[in-house]
Design a protein around this ligand. Structure first.
Ligand code: SF4
Length: 342
């Protein structure tokens, strides 16, 4: 088992079952996540005999960084190879006052959103909590301490809520005092709208939730996002009305604009009606093309008009400028296993 897969409670149980003090769990995990040791033997405040016992039972597995590319705007894409040879991508997005890492929760994705390259990747497998936090570990390992990752978004490959238990365990490690010490407010989980898991997540954690809508009628959403047949718009939005928003100020919705499909003024007005009664914030995402895509991005003019209609009717809306497009690192472009690692 990988030490990065353990919570403090799990490791403490393992230690006490072998006659060790439970406080050693916190010491060990700080070495792993905060000092980023790659060798158990280097844990200087842990007795040598315990180091040897840990080394016999646990690994400190590394993700193999098969490719690292930097876009013209400074966005960095990491292609990681897992121990079974499958590949995932993570994207580091620096800006003036935010350093955000977009991480993957699955290899591929079974949700089948038509505007997303990840949907083409098969077969799909869940990442372990250790593989999820290892993406943060590996990126931190390569960066100076003053440029540490400050925000984590689960918007890479995979539907995070389809891998619920491992994602929540990863959030526990990312927010723990013995882990990455990130505030839950600095973590965002994005979902296509898996209603029962959305409700569980907001009960179990304090992280932010973003729900991808990308259509204002069930007919269009059925065609773009097959999950809509299980959780139609009305069901998702009704759930949003009853979800506890506090301490989050607003529920965030993502809306990918596709030319001539979901970007008309009538769509914008329907979106306003759909969001009635929800303290909503809408992130408008220009479509980022990928090989084999059958859509075109909306023009800037249509994007701006769509946003203005929302603003005029009291819905906070912003346009998410695409980052890292030239290295296929933008939203909806991640499809690592389709590529040849170099
Ligand atoms: S947008 Fe998200 S949920 Fe939809 S296919 Fe892509 S990775 Fe999966």
């Amino acid at each position: 088992m990988d030490l990065k897969d353990c919570t403090q409670d799990e490791l403490a149980r393992w230690l006490t079952a072998r006659g060790h003090k439970s406080f050693r769990a916190q010491q060990v995990l700080k070495w792993v996540h905060q000092h980023r040791l790659t060798d158990v033997g280097q844990m200087s405040n842990i007795p040598l005999a315990l180091c040897e016992e840990l080394a016999q039972h646990f690994q400190l597995a590394r993700l193999d960084c098969s490719r690292h590319t930097t876009a013209a705007d400074g966005t960095e894409k990491y292609l990681f190879t897992l121990t079974d040879g499958r590949r995932i991508e993570s994207v580091f997005i620096p800006s003036e006052n935010r350093r955000t890492l977009c991480i993957s929760s699955q290899v591929g994705c079974a949700m089948g959103c038509q505007f997303c390259a990840t949907a083409q990747v098969r077969p799909v497998r869940d990442l372990t909590a250790g593989e999820i936090v290892s993406q943060v570990w590996e990126v931190q390992y390569r960066r100076p301490q003053h440029e540490a990752v400050a925000n984590v978004v689960f918007m890479g490959m995979g539907e995070p809520l389809a891998n619920y238990d491992q994602v929540v365990k990863a959030i526990t490690i990312l927010t723990a005092a013995w882990g990455y010490q990130l505030s839950p407010r600095r973590i965002t989980v994005s979902t296509v709208g898996l209603v029962p898991q959305m409700q569980r997540l907001l009960h179990d954690t304090q992280v932010n939730l973003t729900i991808s809508l990308s259509a204002t009628t069930d007919a269009v959403r059925n065609a773009l996002m097959p999950i809509n047949r299980r959780y139609p718009l009305a069901t998702v939005l009704e759930a949003c009305r009853s979800l506890p928003v506090a301490p989050r100020n607003r529920m965030t919705f993502a809306y990918t604009l596709l030319d001539g499909l979901n970007d008309s003024p009538a769509d914008a007005k329907r979106l306003v009606s759909l969001l009635h009664g929800i303290r909503a914030k809408v992130n408008l995402i220009p479509f980022n093309s990928f090989p084999g895509a059958s859509f075109a991005p909306s023009s800037r003019e249509r994007l701006v008009r769509f946003r203005q209609i929302l603003l005029d009717r009291g819905i906070y809306a912003s346009i998410r400028e695409s980052r890292g497009q030239d290295v296929q690192a933008a939203c909806g472009q991640l499809a690592a296993p389709l590529e040849q690692a170099t």
